[in-house]
Design a protein around this ligand. Structure first.
Ligand code: GDP
Ligand code: IMO
Ligand code: MG
Length: 430
């Protein structure tokens, strides 16, 4: 009986989906805790590709219970589309999927407002995924939100929608000069979703607690990454939820004091990427950035946007370890670094002439962070078919061990390719 939380160490897309799918084998319950369909988690098994946006990646394994937790914002049509997609692939999750009644619904005005806010920001736009995530969380905090549980009572849902839509239409028409949204159409659509989603709605926090008490292994899949966290990330260039570990516990409704066996697995890519706007100290503008993007296939799993690429930022990795209390690391995409003569890892920043080894809290310093690099010899070989860590070229092992030494945290998993089988285990997690 254990709880493992998988958390992204940088700006998302670290390969969390692949690692969760791998670990899912030995878990009985897999849960998402926060975020919505802004996430795009890719799993590839025997050439078959699955991109999860709302469902936890571990549900690919037959019989695993899948949970969409309290802290999520759920776009019902996106969720139903994912369930259908899996059904078509012969993976029926309907008997083992549960959706928190406390999760919030994404409604059509959230997506529209997401676009309007970005337009108003102009040159200071955030580069959101456009899925309505920020506006949905904004409504949650300002208590305009409509929750999944509200779908269980048609009359109550209709009343809540009426009041909220009146307010949103006021905003759309008077503040933003946009046409109002039709109440009847939205009501009809959402009551349709309600009839399909009703069987999944549950008190998932209570379920998780009971599963844990029964001795089951619980795997929580963080979405986004530490630097996209609303409090701890590069605000305002962040998402609107809490991707850090504390947010995962909050988002599944599990109290830290009830867990005696917690593993926090930080998923870190062997280089760093970011999609969307905001600071990125180790970003590479020149040829090497393009090389990493092409070789690593660094295009958003949700929006298809090219990801910005740079050397591994060890300062941020250390920051993520502290904020999340990371107990083990998974290092992904090591294969992508093959064929580069000299590799770099950022171990500190020079900020206004002074060397600092922690991520500055003051945002005015972020663009002044000049990376201080440790350089290491690369390797030529394609390592994607290696099946044991000790068969890796010695310079690849040195790269892994450098990070391990630098972090003083064990690297439990090294991922050397997209497929589930391209996973080298150095320390068991479950
Ligand atoms: P997530 O959001 O953290 O789950 O990551 P994404 O799925 O958005 O992005 C990771 C990308 O890298 C996906 O296309 C994965 O198929 C791919 N990937 C994951 N691990 C590896 C690896 O070790 N090597 C390679 N070459 N690709 C990987
Ligand atoms: P996974 O789970 C990478 C980024 C967006 C934007 C910012 C705010 O696949 O790692 P939002 O739509 O959330 O309001 O956008 O956050 N972003 C992600 N970047 N991976 C993700 O998820 C992301 N989810 C949001 O690009 O910069
Ligand atoms: Mg992703």
């Amino acid at each position: 009986m254990a709880v493992s939380i998988v958390v992204g160490t940088h700006w998302g897309d670290e390969g969390k989906g692949k690692i969760v799918d791998y670990l899912g084998e030995n878990a009985q319950v897999v849960a998402r805790a926060q975020g919505g369909n802004n996430a795009g988690h890719t799993v590839i098994v025997e050439g078959e590709k699955y991109v999860f946006h709302l469902l936890p990646s571990g549900v690919l394994h037959p019989g695993k219970v899948g949970i969409l937790g309290d802290g999520m914002v759920v776009d019902p049509s996106s969720l139903l589309g994912e369930i259908d997609f899996l059904r078509q692939k012969g993976k029926d999750v309907s008997e083992r999927l549960f959706l928190s009644s406390k999760a919030h619904l994404v409604l059509p005005y959230h997506r529209i407002l997401d676009g309007i806010y970005e337009n108003i920001r102009g040159g200071r736009k955030l580069g959101t995924t456009g899925k309505g995530i920020g506006p949905a969380y904004e409504d949650k905090v300002s208590r305009w939100g409509i929750r999944v549980g509200d779908l269980e009572d048609e009359k109550l849902f209709a009343q809540k929608l009426r009041v909220t839509l009146d307010y949103k239409n006021l905003l759309l028409e008077r503040a933003f000069n946009q046409p109002p949204l039709p109440y009847d159409k939205i009501l009809e659509d959402y009551l349709g979703y309600a009839s399909l989603l009703r069987p999944y709605i549950a008190d998932t926090s209570k379920m998780i607690y009971q599963f844990y008490r029964e001795g089951k292994n619980i795997l929580i899949e963080g979405a986004q990454g530490t630097m996209l966290d609303l409090d701890h990330g590069t605000y305002p260039f962040v998402t609107s939820s809490y991707p850090v570990v504390a947010g995962s516990l909050l988002g599944v409704g599990l109290g830290l004091g009830s867990i005696s066996n917690l593993e926090v697995l930080g998923v870190c890519k062997a280089y760093t990427t970011r999609v969307g706007e905001g600071p990125f100290p180790t970003e590479l503008q020149e040829e090497m950035g393009d090389y990493l993007r092409d070789k690593g296939g660094e295009y958003g799993a949700t929006t298809g946007r090219p990801r910005r690429c740079g050397w591994l930022d060890g300062v941020i990795l250390r920051y993520a370890a502290r904020i999340n209390g990371i107990t083990s690391l998974a290092l992904t995409k090591l294969d992508v670094l093959g064929g580069i003569d000299s590799l770099k890892v950022c171990r500190a920043y020079l900020v206004e002439g002074e060397e600092v080894d922690d991520f500055p809290v003051s945002s005015h310093l972020w663009d002044k962070c000049e990376p201080v690099y440790e350089e290491m010899e690369g390797w030529e070989e394609d390592i994607s078919s290696v099946s044991s860590y000790y068969d890796l070229p010695s310079s690849a092992q040195r790269f892994v061990e450098f990070i391990e030494d630098f972090m003083q945290i064990p690297i439990a998993i090294v991922s050397v390719g997209k497929e589930r089988r391209n996973t080298l285990v150095r320390k068991e997690i479950f």
